[in-house]
Structure formats: C-alpha cells, structure tokens
Design a protein around this ligand. Structure first.
Ligand code: AMP
Ligand code: TRP
Length: 348
C-alpha cells in the first residue's frame, strides 16, 4: 500500500499517525494518560501505526530475557488500553530493517552534533553516568527515522517527546532541502490535559518508569491495593482547598488531572464536589485531603481492574501473530520511502 500517494489523492484520505513506546520498564498511568489514551481516540479517525521500539530500549542495558518478555507485555498493554489491531497496525521496530537503515542515513545526511547536543532528554538520561552509549545520544535520530518512513502526519506523544518530534521536522526539512523532496513534515499531537503526569512522590518531576522509587508511579500492572496505598501516601500541598492551581498547588493539580481524565469529570465539577473539604476532615483517619484521595483511589481501582482483566486475556501467541501481521503490513511502506532516500543519495 502506498500511503503517500493515497494521502495525496485528496482530502478524503485518512492522515497517518505514528507513535511508539519503549519496552524498557514498567508502563505507568502517565504513559496511558499522556500517550495511549490519545492513540485509542485516534485509531478510528486516522490510519494509525503503533510501534514497540525495541531498538530504542537497548540504548541502555537491558536483561535479554526480561526484554523479550517486555516486548510482548507492551503489546498486551496496547491491546488492553483499547488499541484494536483491526483498526491500527501494531508492530515491532526490529522486525522492519528500514528503521536502522534510515537512521544511519539521517545520521550522515541530516543530523548534526549540534542538534543532538541540545536534546534535554539525553542530558537528563546521560547525566552522572559513568558510561553512556553512543546509541543513547543518537536515539532521537532513530526516532526520526521511525516517524519519517511512514509519511506520518501526526505524532501523538507526551510532552517529554515534543523536542524529539521537532528535531524530526528539522532533519526532514534539511534532507528535503539538500537532496530533494522525499519526507513529509510531521506535526506533534500533545493532549491538553495529561501530557505531563507528575510523580506522586514529587510533583516537580514527571511520572517515570526510571524513577528511583515505585512510590513515584502507578504501574498499569500494580494491584489496585498497591495503587490505593500510593495515592494515599502521595505528596500534597499546603492549604486546604481542592483547587486546580498549577503554580500554587502542583501536587493537587496533578491528582486532579488524573482524577478528571479517569472519571470524565471536569476540574470545575471536582472542585465543586470537594469544596470545603480540607483539613476540617483531618480528624478522620484518612487525614488531610482524605476524602478526595479515597475517591481518587476508587477511580484508579476501577480503571486498573478493568484494564488488567483485558491485559491478562491475551496470549503470547496471539501477540506474536499481531506483531508479525503488523510488520508485514508496514514493511512495504517503509521500504518504499527508504528506496526514495537511497535514490536521492545515489546508493540504490
Ligand atoms: P516511554 O515510556 O518513555 O517510552 O514513553 C511512552 C509515551 O508515554 C511517550 O509518548 C511519552 O511522552 C509518554 N509519557 C511518558 N511519561 C509520561 C508522563 N509522566 N506523563 C505523560 N506522558 C508520558
Ligand atoms: N522516544 C519515545 C519515548 O521514549 C518512543 C518513540 C520511539 C517514539 N520512536 C517513536 C514515539 C516515534 C513517537 C514516534 O517515549
């Protein structure tokens, strides 16, 4: 299937969406609310391609047996989140060789050291480490290759990935300018709410699978009891009001964001519900903000129970089949883009 020529055929043709998650650790509520929930909304409207980016995962050391397990588990998480393989393509990055080929070409023909030196994620991930792989530094170029191979229009990600999508646009424009038009310039899609879910133990840092303490995140595979404990112990702000105020009350703002996204209630409705329920409730065993936290824990419990029933419902064999089918479907699109690029460079 030639998506590019289909896209050029007219406005009735669906746009292409591409995104991915690394199989490198526990997936958490931030991944779901920032990325996966958005993918689910998009799959009915767009031609969606969702990748498990295992070549990105090996930019830091992984245990081989854990990695192969996690690749399958990430697909199960996609499926449990509501991604439907009949609507969206799901595949594994390393099954389509064009990704690494294009990454190398972009390394040579488009990416500059100065571009990569600006990447904040590398600065954070690479900081204070004794040995950092070249791959970790080059990670955003492989991400650009992922996106550009499929003539992608939209890249739905959390806020932490916006800079990488901007770099992708830069590399694509530079290649087009220097070698002739090949790449479509993709746009980033970031949710208004949920693009940056913060850590429960520290509302100044994002919820992250590489956090030093599990109190930071609610894993999608946490038991509801464990999740409830984490919410009850979550850091709160001084004051007594349940009010969305990003600057003055970052911890409550984060909990309200999670609550609102899971329940479908607006901030206004939630503020109304808990008006006047600050430390006056402090005498109760639940403590300050207790009622609010109890209710949030209940929302999270409902979500996790439903999610995990679905998650456990898929077998490894089913997942392998989905991945194989997905790779077979996208390989020709990737190869076609790669061929065009190689032609421009005189290496076809
Ligand atoms: P990663 O786990 O780094 O592979 O991220 C997978 C997706 O989840 C990416 O689109 C990220 O931007 C998104 N994501 C990761 N952490 C968060 C967070 N704390 N809040 C919102 N989105 C996130
Ligand atoms: N770098 C992304 C992350 O860590 C994962 C990723 C790899 C990705 N390739 C991509 C996301 C292409 C969107 C599009 O979250």
């Amino acid at each position: 299937m030639d998506l590019e020529s289909k896209n050029q055929a007219g406005p009735s043709v669906k746009k292409t969406v591409f995104s991915g998650v690394q199989p490198s650790g526990i997936l958490h509520l931030g991944n779901y609310l920032g990325a996966l929930a958005q993918w689910v909304e998009m799959q009915s409207k767009y031609h969606c391609i969702f990748c498990v980016v295992d070549y990105h995962a090996i930019t830091v050391k992984q245990k081989p047996e854990e990695l192969s397990r996690r690749i399958l588990d990430v697909v199960k998480i996609y499926l449990a989140s509501g991604i439907n393989p009949e609507k969206a393509v799901i595949f594994r990055q390393s099954d389509v060789k064009a990704h690494v080929e294009l990454a190398w070409i972009l390394n040579c023909a488009a990416a500059r050291m100065a571009d990569l030196n600006k990447m904040t994620q590398f600065k954070e991930k690479g900081a204070n480490k004794e040995s950092v792989s070249v791959g970790l530094f080059d990670y955003p170029v492989l991400m650009a290759a992922d996106i550009l191979l499929y003539n992608t229009d939209l890249v739905p990600v959390g806020e932490d990935q916006v800079q990488h999508v901007e770099l992708t646009r830069t590399l694509a424009s530079r290649f087009n300018r220097d070698y002739g038009q090949v790449f479509k310039i993709p746009a980033v899609a970031v949710r208004k709410q949920g693009a940056r879910i913060m850590g429960l133990d520290d509302p100044t840092k994002k919820m992250s699978k590489s956090a030093s303490s599990p109190a930071n995140y609610i894993a999608l595979t946490d038991t509801p009891e464990a999740a409830a404990k984490k919410i009850k112990r979550a850091v709160t702000d001084s004051g007594k009001e349940i009010k969305f105020d990003q600057n003055k009350k970052p911890a409550i703002a984060n909990l309200l964001t999670i609550y609102s996204l899971l329940s479908g209630l607006s901030f206004k409705e939630l503020e109304e519900k808990y008006r006047g329920q600050g430390p006056a409730y402090a005498g109760a065993s639940a403590g300050k903000y207790g009622e609010f936290k109890n209710d949030l824990a209940e929302e999270v419990r409902k979500f996790l129970v439903e999610f995990q029933i679905k998650y456990r419902g898929f077998t490894d064999d089913e997942v392998r089949e989905i991945l194989q089918d997905g790779a077979d479907r996208v390989r020709p699109i990737a190869q076609e883009t790669l061929n065009k690029v190689k032609n421009k460079l005189g290496i076809n």
